[in-house]
Each structure stands twice: as structure tokens, then as C-alpha cells.
Design a protein around this ligand. Structure first.
Ligand code: F6P
Length: 545
């Protein structure tokens, strides 16, 4: 069994330093790198700065084969109902299947519907962007507001930020938080004559989104007094036609998607309408093409050369053998500044599970805590802990070679910082080197050097992946996002969990609904524990009539 072999192997390798691995194998960087090209874009996945040898990778991939990873990949692409707790297929890959090859769900080919919605998105975004779609006083739309939360927000926000260099005249805004400050601050920037609200909600029942949507509509009606014109300023993206109609949106302006698209996998669907309006349909399609290239790679590349598989199995290695509990994502491109926030939902809502598909508890740690920040800001905030803290934190460095803003020396500095960090994390700096440097400076006594030197020592041996892109383009971004989607899938399969449900968010929602009326109730709350009762009463003292 590979698991036993991996456990034994881990004992042998856990203290081996990557410095020595590089010294012993001059071919290591090439051996542990994979390149994927797509038109003029490419991705290089350099995983050589990981605590692995060829034997480690062989054992990890053997383990993946034992878990029938290839068969599971095929089952997802084929449209099997792999989301077993919700009895649904998982087919975000069909959304970027631009060749249109049939994909069957319950015997029905879903591709004609996918293509029809894409055509609707193309037609609508072109009408709005070209000024053919007019507001109620005959003026073109200048501002689009996506109202949604979770998967109906994070993907579109992240992508519109990442693709800002491709955006046109239309300004994109996002309202997600139920905190009234969010909608209030966004509406302050809007002109009711020239704004368009997209109500994005798979279920069209999410409390935050429906409350924000109702407030947006009230704000708009207060300014316009034109209820018959709501249809020109409000459109919807949802699977729930009935609720959309009840809200007052013309279903001709509803963009459909389907229950086989998970919320956190939905930016490729009509949930991406705000992206389309911001950058135009052609660039949106390029984003899909990038993801499609990664899908093809994931489905067909041998495991040894398969980037999402390698990345996922490294995740298993660090989670389950090294017991690393968190994973940092560090993009060296300002346009990717929301990437970590987006990945938090993708990864943690997918793999933050402790029960296996068969209902039994997992026996190993699952989904890591994902966090990060665009470089170099992170370097001056939390990298200290990655370099010298007591936790080993595997990190992904995303490194686009070209910038959209070649301003003086900035880009070279950015790149040098990115490379230097991965080098420093791997190589470290030994106690002996530090002592020798301090002695050479000649400023400190021998006893002072003894005390100071350990503080300046870096153990190194901290694992990193470097994901090199040519540039942040719609195509490379599509590849990058799909890479992480599939990495999360691989880990979920290895853990035997369902990466596609999210029951863990339900309890809080239910309790919030129960507490809401208690905040304005005439009598003190007493139905909860003492802390909860007291907190409710504190709010009640401010809110009750
Ligand atoms: O947070 C739970 C969740 O169900 C996410 O999975 C989803 O992306 C989000 O809420 C929003 O759901 P909806 O699109 O149905 O409003």
C-alpha cells in the first residue's frame, strides 16, 4: 500500500534539507517543472523547491492511482452526479467547453443551453457597452453593480480586478455584505439614470443578496419614481426563474444557469456577466479558453506531467504527512490582489470537511487554511512568520513575467523580490554563516554574537511552488483559476470527501434568522445560552422600540 510506503518515506525524508537536494541533483529544477502552453500564453509550474524527491513523487502518484484519481477526473467531466450529498453533477468544465462536444446530465446534452446563455451574454453586454441599451431617461449605462455574495461575488470581483487593463468605459461595482454600509457607499457613487444592477444569486433566496437587492431597488425607485422602468436597470442571474419574476425583473433579462454549477465554480457561467460588461464578451471568452486549456491538460496529461495533480498531491503531502495547517498564496502582480480572497472560498468551502462520502469521519487533516496577499506588501507584514515562525507554511508564488505597467525599475524589483523570497525560504542562512558575518563586522563581543546569531539564523527548507505566467491576460487567468479548481478536486478525491457541498454554512444562517426577530422583541431573550442571550439583549437595548 502506498500510504504505508509514504509514511515510511516521510520518516526518512522529513529532516532532509532542500539545500542538499539541489546540491546533489543539478537537474532538479528542470526535473520538477512542467510547462503548459496555450496560444501565446504559458504557465510554468516549478515545484522543485519542495521537500520531495523522485521517490516521493512516485509514491504520491502511486497513491493517487490507488485512489483511482483518473477515473474520478473522468467521472466529473462526464457529468456523473459526484456531488452525492446534493445528488448533482459538477460541470463547471462544461461552461468552458467551447468546442460544444456533448455533455450529458441525466441523458440530456447541456451544451445547447450553455451556448444559448453565452449568446445572450454576448448580445446583452454588447448592447450595454455600445450604448444601445439605454437607461430610463435615454442615457447609456456607465456603471454596473453586481449584487451577490460568496461564489456570486468573489469570482467576478477578483477577475474584474485582475483584468482591469482590459476594461472599457463601464465601471464595475460589487455589493456583497449585508452591512448597509456596503450598499450605501456604492450607491453614493451612482447616477440612477445610468446604472445597471445585476442581482446574482444561484438560489435567489440568499438573505444578504435579497436584502441588498431590495435596498438597491428602493434607492433607485426613490430617485426615479419609475417602477415600470425597473426592467431597464435591473437584471438577474439565477437558477430560480420564479423568484426572479417575483422580484419584478423581466425574465427576458434573466441569465440562467443550472444546479450542476457550484456557486464557487460559477464565474464561468452567467455569474460572470459583470466581467463581460467590464471587459467585453471577447475577453470573457478568452478567459473561458484559458480554463478550457487547463481542463484539457488535467483530463489528458499523464499524472507525472499534470500540474493540478502534482499541486494537489503536494497539498496532500504537506497536510497529511507534515501536518502543515495553512497554505499561503502570494501573487506578484497588483492586479491579482483579490486572488487569495477568491481562493479562500474555492478551497476552504470545498475542502473544509471532516466527513467522508460514506458518512464516516476522516482520519487525516483535510483542507488547509488558505491566506495571502499580493507581493511585496505581504513581505512587510507576515513573511517574518513564514521565514522564521514555528509553523511550516507551504506557499505558492505567482509570478507573471510581463507587466501591464512598465514603469521605470518597478517590475524588475518586483520580480527580484519574488525570486529572492523563494530562494531565501529554501536555502535559509545557517548559524555558522551568521556568526562568521558578525565576527567579520567586528562590532560585537563573542558573547554578544552567541546571543544575537540565532535570531538572525534562517532554517530554510520552507516549501514553495512558483507558478510563472507570461502575463496576467484573460487566457492565463483562466488557466490559473482552473488550475486551483482542479487542485482542490484532486485533494478532495484523495481525502474521500465531497468538495462540492457546503452544509457547514447552514447552521449559522438558520440561527441568524431565528435571532433577527429577537433583536426587536419586547422581552429579554432567554432561549439561548447565557452569552448569546446577553449579546442579543445588548443589541435589543439599542433596537427595541
Ligand atoms: O456561503 C454559502 C453559499 O451557498 C455559497 O456556496 C454561495 O456561493 C453563496 O452562498 C451564495 O449563494 P447564492 O448564489 O445562491 O446567492
Amino acid at each position: 500500500m502506498s500510504l504505508e510506503a509514504l509514511k515510511q518515506h516521510y520518516e526518512q525524508i522529513k529532516n532532509v534539507h532542500m539545500r542538499d537536494m539541489f546540491a546533489q541533483d543539478h537537474n532538479r529544477a528542470a526535473k520538477f517543472s512542467v510547462r503548459l502552453d496555450s496560444e501565446s500564453d504559458f504557465m510554468v509550474f516549478d515545484y522543485s523547491k519542495n521537500r520531495v524527491t523522485e521517490e516521493t513523487m512516485n509514491l504520491l502518484l502511486r497513491f493517487a492511482r490507488e485512489k483511482q484519481l483518473n477515473e474520478h477526473i473522468e467521472a466529473m467531466f462526464r457529468g456523473d452526479a459526484i456531488n452525492t450529498t446534493e445528488k448533482r453533477a459538477v460541470l463547471h468544465t462544461a461552461l468552458r467547453n467551447l468546442t460544444g462536444t456533448p455533455v450529458l446530465v441525466d441523458g440530456k446534452n447541456v451544451m445547447p443551453d450553455v451556448m444559448a446563455v453565452l449568446a445572450h451574454m454576448r448580445e446583452f453586454s454588447s448592447a450595454v457597452r455600445s450604448g444601445r441599451w439605454l437607461g430610463y431617461t435615454g442615457k447609456p449605462i456607465t456603471d454596473v453593480v453586481n449584487i451577490g455574495i460568496g461564489g456570486s461575488d468573489l469570482g467576478p470581483v477578483m477577475v474584474t480586478e485582475a483584468l482591469k487593463p482590459y476594461s472599457g468605459q463601464i465601471r464595475a461595482h460589487f455589493v456583497s455584505n449585508v452591512d448597509g454600509t456596503h450598499i450605501a457607499e456604492v450607491t453614493k457613487k451612482l447616477n440612477p439614470e445610468t446604472c445597471l444592477f445585476i442581482i446574482s444569486s444561484k438560489t435567489f433566496t440568499t438573505q444578504e443578496t435579497m436584502t441588498n437587492a431590495a435596498s438597491a431597488r428602493s434607492w433607485w425607485l426613490d430617485h426615479t419614481h419609475a417602477p415600470e422602468m425597473v426592467k431597464r436597470h435591473f437584471v438577474a442571474v439565477s437558477t430560480n426563474t420564479k423568484a426572479v419574476r417575483e422580484f419584478g425583473i423581466d425574465t427576458a433579462n434573466m441569465f440562467e444557469f443550472w444546479d450542476w454549477v457550484g456557486g464557487r465554480y460559477s464565474l464561468w457561467s452567467a455569474i460572470g456577466l459583470s466581467i463581460c460588461l467590464s471587459v467585453g464578451y471577447e475577453w470573457f471568452e478568452e478567459l473561458l479558453r484559458g480554463a478550457e486549456a487547463m481542463d484539457r491538460h488535467f483530463r489528458t496529461a499523464p499524472l507525472e506531467q499534470n500540474i493540478p495533480v502534482l499541486m494537489g498531491m503536494l497539498g496532500i503531502w504537506y497536510n497529511d504527512f507534515f501536518h502543515c495547517e495553512s497554505h499561503a498564496v502570494l501573487p506578484y502582480d497588483q492586479y491579482l490582489h483579490r486572488f487569495a480572497a477568491y481562493l479562500q472560498q474555492l478551497d476552504m468551502e470545498s475542502n473544509g470537511k471532516h466527513i467522508r462520502l460514506d458518512g464516516s469521519p476522516v482520519e487525516v487533516p483535510t483542507g488547509a487554511v488558505v491566506w495571502g496577499e499580493a507581493g511585496t506588501n505581504g513581505q512587510h507584514a507576515f513573511y517574518q512568520l513564514i521565514h522564521q515562525g514555528t509553523h511550516v507554511i507551504p506557499a505558492d508564488f505567482v509570478m507573471p513575467l510581463e507587466t501591464h505597467n512598465p514603469v521605470g525599475p518597478h517590475h524588475a524589483m518586483l520580480m527580484s523580490n519574488c525570486i529572492a523570497q523563494t530562494e531565501a525560504l529554501m536555502v535559509g542562512k545557517s548559524l555558522e554563516t551568521v556568526k562568521a558575518e558578525l565576527r567579520a563586522e567586528g562590532k560585537l563581543s563573542a558573547s554578544e554574537i552567541e546571543v544575537l546569531a540565532p535570531h538572525k539564523t534562517f532554517d530554510g527548507n520552507r516549501p514553495t511552488n512558483t507558478i510563472v505566467l507570461r502575463k496576467v491576460t484573460p487566457r492565463s487567468l483562466g488557466m490559473l483559476i482552473a488550475l486551483y479548481e482542479h487542485k482542490v478536486f484532486v485533494e478532495g478525491i484523495m481525502w474521500g470527501i465531497n468538495s462540492f457541498d457546503q452544509w457547514g454554512v447552514e447552521l449559522g444562517k438558520v440561527l441568524a434568522k431565528a435571532i433577527l426577530p429577537e433583536l426587536t422583541a419586547p422581552s429579554f431573550a432567554h432561549g439561548h445560552d447565557a452569552s448569546t442571550n446577553a449579546l442579543i439583549d445588548l443589541v435589543r437595548s439599542k433596537m427595541a422600540p
